[in-house]
Design a protein around this ligand. Structure first.
Ligand SMILES: *Cc1c(COP(=O)(O)O)cnc(C)c1O
Length: 417
């Protein structure tokens, strides 16, 4: 039977203290012991069902971590206070001074800044490469490379990572493959495709209500135990613990994740095709002209679509800014960073979430100042939404041959959906 991450989530049952259908929230930082000997024992090694202190483990956080481990087909998981905490803790668990990381060049701006600016202070250096080119990736791997780092779907150009290829290269060089799966929960299962560690910013799709910042790491029992080791674990010692009340909220929201992802995908697919018809360059893995459309079709779990994010190039900064403001005035959504919210969010990556990446580097990737990233919302009537967006495009003279740059998106896709 094929793996269905939505069924994995559905099959998680945990009762509350009074038979509550939601697990009780453990609103406590510390836990009593009935004997001093037992407390000593827990300091030496973890004991199932025994909790010590909530920076280490909390029952509510553990319930959420258990669901995430199943969703990602991992042995174990750890929840954290942000996606960046999940990423930095995982990297510090694997790398020491003198070690190297090979990373995709289009990673999330915060991750780029961590790798380019902060980790070198601790002697950990990163080579940024085009992960789409196997020879380039191989050439970048060295004897001190401990981590190959990628995003399942890159931000904001939505390049899809060839996880099976990257996992082979990592394995051959004795490195671990870390995949940031924030853009594609349920759609892609990196651990099943050969990744060693999966990280998420749960701030985005997994929680889906833009009301908290949270992250998680899913991997082997050994890796998660290492992160959380009382004497040496980065998660334990840097202390990015998730608050249990937030964990309880995310645990409720995650049960609707499959419904949301399916709808986000359908709405994004519709919008991407309409933008293409309007003559704009669209980056969306669901459209046939996307360079990794075939790859994603092979890698993805069926039934959830190609994701809720797309990027559209409207040519230049002034046009992009005008369009975003008009769309906000017309209630298409919000001019805001982040993604995975029930309303549509849009921003210009070159001047927000990817501004940490130097201009030359952004130019090389094809991330111009006219690029707008959309996190498409759960709109009930996308035809209506498109008619409003199209009205804004026409008003500003965007598309339909008005653009001052060549269109590489292939022939416009007509019709279906
Ligand atoms: C938002 C984001 C992060 C960082 O997550 P936070 O929860 O904001 O710390 C990391 N990776 C990707 C792909 C993201 O979109």
């Amino acid at each position: 039977m094929t793996f269905d991450p939505a069924t994995e989530i559905q099959n998680f049952l945990a009762f509350g203290e009074f038979g509550d259908v939601n697990p009780s929230i453990c609103d406590s930082s510390t836990y009593t012991f009935m004997s001093v000997a037992k407390m000593e024992e827990v300091f030496e090694h973890e004991i199932e069902g025994c909790f010590l202190y909530s920076r280490h483990w909390n029952p509510t956080n553990r319930a959420l971590a258990t669901v995430l481990a199943r969703m990602e087909a991992g042995e174990s998981a750890q929840v954290m206070a942000s996606g960046m905490a999940a990423i930095s803790s995982s990297l510090l668990q694997l790398c020491s001074s003198g070690d190297e990381i090979v990373s995709g060049r289009t990673v999330y701006g915060g991750t780029y800044a961590l790798l380019a600016n902060l980790l070198p202070r601790f002697g950990i250096t990163t080579r940024f490469v085009d992960l789409g080119d196997e020879q380039v990736v191989r050439a970048a791997m060295g004897p001190r490379t401990r981590v190959l780092y990628c995003e399942s779907m890159s931000n904001p150009l939505l390049e899809v990572a060839d996880i099976p290829m990257l996992s082979r290269v990592a394995l051959e060089h004795g490195a671990r493959l870390i995949v940031d799966n924030t853009f594609s929960p349920l759609l892609i299962s990196p651990l099943r495709l050969g990744a060693d560690v999966v990280v998420h910013s749960m701030t985005k799709f997994i929680n889906g209500t833009s009301d908290c910042v949270a992250g998680c790491v899913v991997s082997s029992n050994q890796f998660i135990a290492g992160l959380n080791d009382i004497n040496s674990g980065p998660s334990m010692l840097l202390g990015p613990v998730l608050d249990s009340i937030r964990a309880a909220g995310i645990l409720k929201n995650i049960h609707g994740l499959h419904v949301r992802m399916t709808r986000h995908s359908a709405n994004a697919d519709y919008l991407a095709r309409r933008f293409q018809e309007a003559g704009l360059t669209v980056h969306y893995p669901g459209v046939e002209s996307h360079p990794q459309h075939e790859l994603m079709s092979r890698l993805m779990n069926p039934g959830f679509g190609f994701g809720g994010i797309l990027a559209v190039d409207v040519g230049n900064k002034v046009t992009a800014d005008r369009l975003m403001l008009r769309m906000q005035e017309e209630k298409v959504g919000y001019l805001a960073v982040s993604l995975g919210y029930f309303k549509t969010l849009f921003s210009a990556p070159s001047r927000s979430t990817s501004s940490e990446i130097p201009p030359e580097e952004r130019q090389r990737m094809g991330m111009g100042d006219g690029l707008i990233r959309f996190s498409v919302g759960l709109d009930n009537d996308m035809e209506r939404t498109w008619s409003i967006v199209n009205g804004c495009l026409q008003e500003l003279g965007i598309g339909g041959g008005h653009l001052g740059h060549t269109h590489e998106g292939g022939s416009p896709v007509r019709g279906e959906l």
